[in-house]
Design a protein around this ligand. Structure first.
Ligand SMILES: Cc1ncc(COP(=O)(O)O)c(C=O)c1O
Length: 366
């Protein structure tokens, strides 16, 4: 029998991340031309035009390595977030922040507290580091911060608070977070994953950056350019935290993790407030439309603070997702998130939303 090099123990039992099915794959497999994707919480308006212009202008310099410190972008983000540039780290997507945080803070046997039905990438890199995942159950489809605080032990290194939570779309409120922070020991890192924070319309959404600004040295706030500015393809995310917390993340980072096109795109996108406003507007309108239409079809939804809606289909959710694929509509099944009766549907353009609803009505009618 052939012998192969042994892989790292954390990798052996790993279930890989399953992304939303790409449009091209559905076109190939089902012989369809007109396919829409509402499966990866992408921006339906396309990329920020200012980011695209900046990328075009930077193309002739691609022979040069990028600035390993992402200086200009870190300064622009520092301005936006009201901190000094040393309090900013830029990464290859918010995913890159999760990877670097796990590499920097986890040893074999240390513990990571996460909620059930939360973002899958936390689980994957915790497992790769051979640390132990401690999962608390959902409460009303949202994170149960009391249970998460309860789950902290002397071995806990990180708590991931996904707010808003993917895939449920729920938020935890400022007073819940305040009570939680009272209970978290100083040597446990709290990572607020705010990939969707701009989509939240709620006065009681916590101002997590205030914890950082007020000097809580065990807080990291991470965000992304993928959703708000529509540049998921170029991979750009960042985190804000005390320099002492960021230093280990800087040490484990690949030397040129953030490519030069991403860096200029980020600086330009931050100035594209018009695009951001249009994104928020289409998202608000679309999620109201989806909620109303799902309800008209007799389907329960979870109130969403994001650019996606979680909808309960029932035990046949996977069959419905497959039937939608055959009609050229890609949505996300939630089996891997322990929500097998649900589908997660990204807010698209009005045409895309309406087409998805028509297809769903047809499938449910069959
Ligand atoms: C909650 C959450 N965190 C992080 C990410 C990763 O974002 P990025 O595209 O910047 O890697 C996502 C992407 O979907 C997400 O939903």
């Amino acid at each position: 029998m052939a012998r192969y090099p042994k892989h790292q123990a954390g990798v052996r039992a790993l279930k890989p991340y399953v992304p939303g099915t790409p449009i091209e794959e559905v076109q190939r497999e089902y012989g369809l031309e007109d396919v829409i994707k509402l499966a990866s919480n992408e921006n339906p308006l396309g990329p920020s035009p200012k980011a695209v212009t900046a990328i075009r202008e930077a193309l002739p310099s691609l022979n040069r390595y990028p600035d390993g410190k992402s200086h200009d972008l870190a300064c622009a983000l520092a301005d936006t977030c009201g901190v000094e540039p040393e309090w900013v780290i830029v990464a290859n997507g918010a995913d890159g922040i999760i990877v670097q945080t796990c590499l920097a803070y986890l040893d074999e046997g240390s513990e990571v507290v996460v909620s059930a039905s939360s973002f899958a990438v936390y689980d994957i890199f915790t497992q790769i580091m051979r640390a132990r995942l401690v999962k608390t159950p959902l409460k009303n489809y949202g994170l149960d911060l009391e249970a998460m605080a309860e789950a902290i032990t002397p071995r806990t290194r990180i708590v991931f608070v996904c707010n808003p939570n993917n895939p449920t779309g729920t938020i935890v409120l400022a007073d819940e977070v305040a009570a939680f922070m009272e209970r978290v020991p100083d040597d446990v890192l709290v990572v607020f994953d705010e990939a969707y924070y701009e989509f939240v319309d709620c006065a009681d959404y916590p101002r997590s950056l205030d914890y950082v600004r007020q000097g809580r040295a065990n807080v990291l706030v991470m965000r992304t350019f993928s959703k708000n500015f529509g540049i998921a393809g170029i991979r750009l995310g960042y985190a804000i935290g005390a320099p002492e917390i960021l230093a280990p993340l800087q040490r484990v980072k690949e030397p040129f993790a953030v490519n030069s096109l991403a860096q200029v795109a980020g600086v330009a996108a931050l100035e594209d407030t018009d695009f951001l406003d249009r994104t928020l507007e289409i998202t608000r309108r679309g999620r109201r439309y989806l909620k109303d239409q799902f309800e008209e079809l007799g389907l329960e939804t979870v109130p969403s603070h994001t650019n996606f809606v979680l909808v309960r289909i029932g035990p046949e959710a996977l069959d419905v997702q497959q039937a939608l694929l055959r009609r050229g509509v890609i949505v996300r099944p939630c089996t891997a998130y322990d929500l097998p009766e649900f589908l997660r549907v990204t807010v698209g353009t009005q045409d895309e939303n309406a087409r998805m609803i028509r297809a769903l009505a047809e499938v449910l009618g069959d």
